[in-house]
Design a protein around this ligand. Structure first.
Ligand code: 6GU
Length: 239
């Protein structure tokens, strides 16, 4: 996967892409990431990228020209059609399903504003997706784009060493993760449930599934609203 980020603060991405799983994924060629400061595409003498809003009012808006030109520059010579993603609190609320959809793409371009909003023509004629990462306001789209990038990159083939972990973790089956334990079996009198020590894999799977369902019901009942329950799951919820 190819990832391009257009941001006025490219330094913010330092560190995030250079550690742990993301670094390993980049080193292994699972993705390439290029951060572009779109100020360099401003065609005016002072390299301005924003201007006052028509009609008046407080605040500045990012102008179309530098962003259109920057997108044209990063898409030239790439045969494929990119997803052009505007990071904005007005966007579609991001979730795991969205991450899975983006992970199938060849090329993602993130547009990040800071302080300012975007001229509406960027939305209308350039952008394919508008994404918000939740119902709160950040100072800019950079952190939000890093959240999206992280969640997409970990789904790319070969990135998670243990392939099952991407499929069994929270949300991929629509449920929260079940409780987990490591050694010792008894820590200060707090014991690991017997079933997990039983060696009976069928019973263990059933216990985990049931605990996932129970935890989801207690903490995030909203996740069950749009999920079709199996007969077995309905039975468990009756208990
Ligand atoms: Cl994508 N941007 C900003 N500025 N704030 C946000 C957001 C994005 N998602 C949630 N809050």
């Amino acid at each position: 996967m190819r990832i391009d980020v257009l941001s006025l603060f490219p330094e913010m991405y330092k560190g995030v892409l250079e550690h742990s799983i993301l670094k390993k994924a980049a080193d292994n060629g699972a993705f390439t990431c290029r951060i572009t400061d779109f100020r360099q595409y401003a065609d005016n003498k002072h390299q301005r990228v924003d201007d006052y809003t028509y009609g008046g009012g407080a605040g500045m808006l990012l102008m179309p020209q530098p962003i259109f030109d920057a997108v044209e520059a990063v898409t030239k010579d790439t045969g494929t059609k990119p997803r052009i993603i505007m990071m904005t609190p007005q966007g579609t609320r991001y979730n795991q399903r969205y991450a899975e959809e983006l992970a199938k793409e060849d090329h993602l371009i993130f547009l990040c504003g800071h302080y300012e909003g975007f001229d509406e023509r960027i939305r209308q004629s350039l952008v394919t997706d508008e994404i918000s990462i939740g119902d709160y306001v950040l100072t800019g789209g950079e952190l939000a784009s890093m959240v999206v990038m992280d969640s997409v990159i970990r789904l790319l083939p070969g990135v998670l060493g243990n392939e099952v972990s991407a499929h069994t973790d929270s949300f991929s089956n629509g449920l929260l993760e079940h409780p987990q334990y490591t050694r010792p079996a008894d820590f200060r009198g707090m014991k690991v449930p017997d079933v997990l020590l039983s060696g009976n894999h069928k019973l263990i799977e059933e216990w985990r599934h049931k605990e996932s369902l129970r935890r989801t019901l207690m903490r995030r009942p909203d996740l069950l609203e749009n999920r079709i329950l199996t007969d077995k799951e309905k039975e468990w919820l009756q208990e």
